[in-house]
Design a binder for this molecule. Sequence first.
Ligand code: CMP
Length: 592
Amino acid sequence: MLHDVTLISTIAIGFVLAFAFGYAAQRFRLPPLVGYALAGIVIGPFTPGFVADPAITGQLAEIGVMLLMFGVGLHFSLADLMAVRRIAVPGAILQIALATLLGIALTHFWGWSLGAGLVLGLSLSVASTVVLLKALEERNAVSTPNGRVAVGWLIVEDLAMVLALVLLPAFAPALGGHVPDDGHGSAHASLLANLGDTAIKVSAFVLIVLFFGPRVMPWLLRQVARTGSRELFTLCVLAVALGIAFGSAKLFDVSFALGAFFAGVVLSESDLSHRAAENSLPLQDAFAVLFFVSVGVLFDPSILINQPGHVAAVVALIILGKALIALGIVAALGYPLHTGLIAAASLAQIGEFSFILAGLGLSYQLLPVEGLSLVLAGALLSITLNPLAFACIDRLDPWLASLGGPRWKALYSEGRGGRFARFQTELETARRLAAEKAAEHKTFSPDELVRQFPLFSSLTAEQRDVLLLHFETRRAQPGEHVIRTGDHADSVYFICSGEVEVIPPRRKDKIKLGAGAFFGEMALLDGGTRSADVIALDYSKFLTLSRRDFLRFLKRYPTLRDPIVALARERGAMNRKFLEDTAEPAAPVTSG
Ligand code: CMP
């Protein structure tokens, strides 16, 4: 070949094989994740044939992690977490602690150091959100109370792991690891100094991002949305995700994962966040696939032959140990055993965070290479067996529910003191509030927009998509003055629902406008002040466009400008005529 194409061949062969194996896995009713990792094993150094460059796959994986964490941040909802906090927070923390202890005990038995045991234990203690969401989606159980407990539980685990990732470098020297010297002598500093240093840097980073982020990011997104270029908008989202992740790693020494997570949290504050999520999703998917491929590349299958006992112990810890711990915790907290069973099956696997943590442990020389291979083997096997865990609880559930007397039945499906009922009510409230909030911010899809406003049918779907980025929603109550005659004009209103009454000066008859109509365009077009009062007759919801965006859109899309300008002229003429003929009785007016 004429020039070096290692990166291209790694990505191309990685994608082709990941697709083939992922598809095959799906056909065998296994998560595609397993297929991606198998593709990685095939192009890894331990199997014959094409060998991918591990340095390149490692970096691609890192981008995958950044984008995954960005996605976690983007979907992070404090309200959801609060609704399940009583079970998810103590559950996740206790479970991590107990599973880590179990890992330490196991490796102690193998003669490993405490540091190695801690990293392995932590890696095995955390389940994969990606795998769980896929499992729940397949069972249509994401929004059931038990599904939400499992998801909340995993979010707390993810957050705990983000913390672990941040703290590991600080603790590494004390645990016997080796932190590469960054030239500031931090590798040789004491644990306390390391911790203090990390705490200051992380706090500074979190404060800066949380303080400036919500002020700057939504503004930036809006400015970019104004350019009307979808590709610039996507680029902006990616620049924010990767820029904050990389910048924070350089400036504050925090992990890429933490930086990307906060970039997501910051963008989730913006009302354009759902667009940001949609736009970044394809890239996130693609790089997440490469992440799983790179896991396979690192995996040495010979461990299955050389150390079957170790592999079996790790898999038993993940599937049986963690499931029993989860079940025990849920029961001890007084929640129904039925919920415990779902949590047990949900948590009986490990995934992305385990690899990241084990990889970090390896780079600090805390975890032996064998440890990473064990984590990889444990992940591959537990993810593959996870559907089986769910199938088992499906079998067990009716049998357990039918056992014993009424006391057992209550304990099994309602928990102690009707905890489940209370918890269900809380979830319902959270769901209702979330639904109300979502309805408030709901805009349309490009197609719905045309259904609601035939005016926009002359635009292409992409133009409508861009237009949707610019709308803001406003509401009015019956009797509320939306516009007053003579006021300075700032925006145009498109009525989504409800009804308004337009009252030009000195006119007594009513001009009613309903859903699908618009008003407030006249002053924007002629540069004057408002020509009439507009009062809401019903609870009404509007999509509004600012003066600047409205004028810009009209300039850009003449097919939109002509009907709007024509209607404004017609309305103006109608009002002038009325003023001239005030002596005559007003004719009934129909307008849209
Ligand atoms: P504007 O002048 O910006 O603010 C008041 C709005 O009321 C005006 O734009 C029109 O959108 C609307 N309006 C004024 N006169 C009429 C009319 N005769 N029929 C329907 N709508 C009108």
